[in-house]
Design a protein around this ligand. Structure first.
Ligand SMILES: CC(C)(COP(=O)(O)OP(=O)(O)OC[C@H]1O[C@@H](n2cnc3c(N)ncnc32)[C@H](O)[C@@H]1OP(=O)(O)O)[C@@H](O)C(=O)NCCC(=O)NCCS
Length: 419
């Protein structure tokens, strides 16, 4: 797993372009620093007053995040004016892991708002991520408008589904209890295989597995062709309404590497139909479950868009996969905001795709011009270049845009985990 190499405690990303920007208020010129244990009280106040969470639950979490060096902020002495949690993760694009910088917990307390602190912090994080070689930044937005103004755009979905157990009539093999010492590791391998080709999914970090370890029931389906490996698993909790004799199955996590494995997970739900009324779970968009259920009984219980922004685009293109057998070249350039253009790579480049790989080569000029908001949805495959042109985020000749569409085509990008 990537670490924040070079982001030494107390270091600043440095943003020369921002320092020369003439028309920002003086107090927004602060540079982000990695927060330290002495900032705990201020961080706790910001987090609880911004997100409405309880100090009892947040305190330990923030202490750990400070110790792990995940929290960055704009500070005035021990007071944190704006803070954010940086989560380096790999996300799969074109079947390959791309180093991404997750951004979470951006918080400014109510008494410090509308001074430009959050925007300054997020711009600093953009510079930091680009300088560190992260291909893109991803986040779940509580406000789209704020991040959109800073270059992020919707780039994929996270969908929660609900199905009545009586509608899950699929026949499938019966899963066993996953209670063997080797099961937990096998289950993790099963999960990574099952999402290997799902654009957007994160290579799951160990702390996410720790959060899932307390699921009440673990079920598994062995792979007869690969001893020690699983075709499917489900981590299940039971949720009771106070006045209800029935319960709801909550699939905290599940995975299947083939159709038989998926049939087994769906059948696990269907076979609970006498007492469990419904099941809720997260799946890709479109849901793989909908190809298995006999009728259109799957409801979307909740759907979020996640956003992405290009950072070090040559790194992203070099890391992600492209369709094997496709060979093309197209020139492009990102028109980022002037304050960032000097530090966030923007081209012009020639995108060269061949043999399942891509690279960006410096060139003197480009046919295709991308607004920064076009980069996230383009490289995840969430929107076609033609769609982005219609939205006013891309300019360029149609034949060049068709080449971009071919290069970035793939499954609809979906995240499974929330961070
Ligand atoms: C959202 C939040 C971080 C903004 O902090 P802030 O320091 O007040 O923001 P800034 O002053 O840097 O705002 C920059 C621009 O973003 C926009 N903006 C700010 N807050 C916004 C909001 N809640 N919704 C939409 N746009 C917003 C404004 O248009 C502002 O531009 P303007 O000054 O030209 O009007 C802060 O309100 C907060 O902590 N909210 C609760 C937690 C939250 O929602 N965090 C985001 C989690 S993903």
């Amino acid at each position: 797993m990537r670490t924040m190499i070079g982001l030494a405690p107390g270091s600043t990303p440095g943003s020369p372009a921002r320092d020369t920007a003439p028309d920002r208020p003086e107090r927004a010129h602060r540079a982000a620093v990695r927060l330290e244990p002495r900032h705990l009280d201020s961080c706790l106040h910001n987090r609880t007053s911004a997100f409405g969470t309880a100090p009892e639950t947040e305190s330990e979490r923030i202490e750990r995040q400070l110790a792990d060096g995940e929290l960055w902020g704009l500070v005035d002495g021990d007071t944190v004016l704006a803070q954010a949690r940086l989560v380096p993760t790999f996300h799969r694009l074109g079947g390959r892991p791309v180093p991404c910088l997750g951004l979470a917990g951006v918080a400014v307390p109510p008494e410090q708002r509308r001074h430009g602190y959050a925007a300054t912090l997020v711009r600093d994080v953009t510079v930091l991520g680009a300088v560190e070689g992260f291909g893109a930044s991803v986040l779940y937005p509580a406000t789209t408008a704020f991040y959109r103004a800073l270059g992020w755009e919707h780039a994929g979905t996270r969908s929660r589904y609900r199905v009545l157990t009586r509608a899950a009539t699929t026949r499938g093999p019966t899963m066993r209890l996953a209670d063997r010492p080797t099961d937990w590791a096998a289950l993790q391998r099963c999960r990574e295989r099952s999402v290997a080709d799902v654009a957007g999914t994160a290579v799951r970090p160990p702390d996410r597995w720790q959060q899932l370890a307390d699921a009440r029931y673990r079920y598994a389906l062995d792979d007869p062709e690969q001893p020690g490996e699983l075709r499917a698993y489900a981590l299940v909790d039971h949720e009771h309404e106070p006045t209800d004799w029935q319960f709801r199955l909550r699939l905290r996590d599940w995975a299947a590497t083939d159709r038989g494995g998926l049939d087994a997970v769906v059948a696990l739900v269907g076979q609970s139909d006498s007492i469990a009324r419904a099941a809720v779970f997260v799946d890709t968009t479109p849901a793989r479950w909908s190809a298995v259920l006999p009728e259109q009984e799957l409801e979307i219980a909740g759907q979020l868009h996640w956003m992405a922004r290009g950072l070090d685009l040559p790194a992203a293109i070099g890391a992600r996969g492209f369709p094997a057998g496709l060979a093309l070249a197209v020139t492009l350039q990102v028109e980022d905001e002037p304050a960032l253009e000097e530090v966030v790579p923007s081209g012009p480049w020639r995108l060269e795709v061949a043999g399942g790989e891509g690279r960006l080569v410096d060139v003197p000029g480009a046919d295709v011009r991308l607004a920064p908001q076009a980069v996230g949805p383009l490289i995840t495959g969430f929107r076609s270049a033609s769609d982005l042109r219609m939205l006013g985020l891309v300019r360029g000749p149609s034949d060049s845009l068709e080449l971009l569409d071919a290069a970035f085509a793939g499954s609809s990008p979906s995240m499974i985990d929330f961070f």
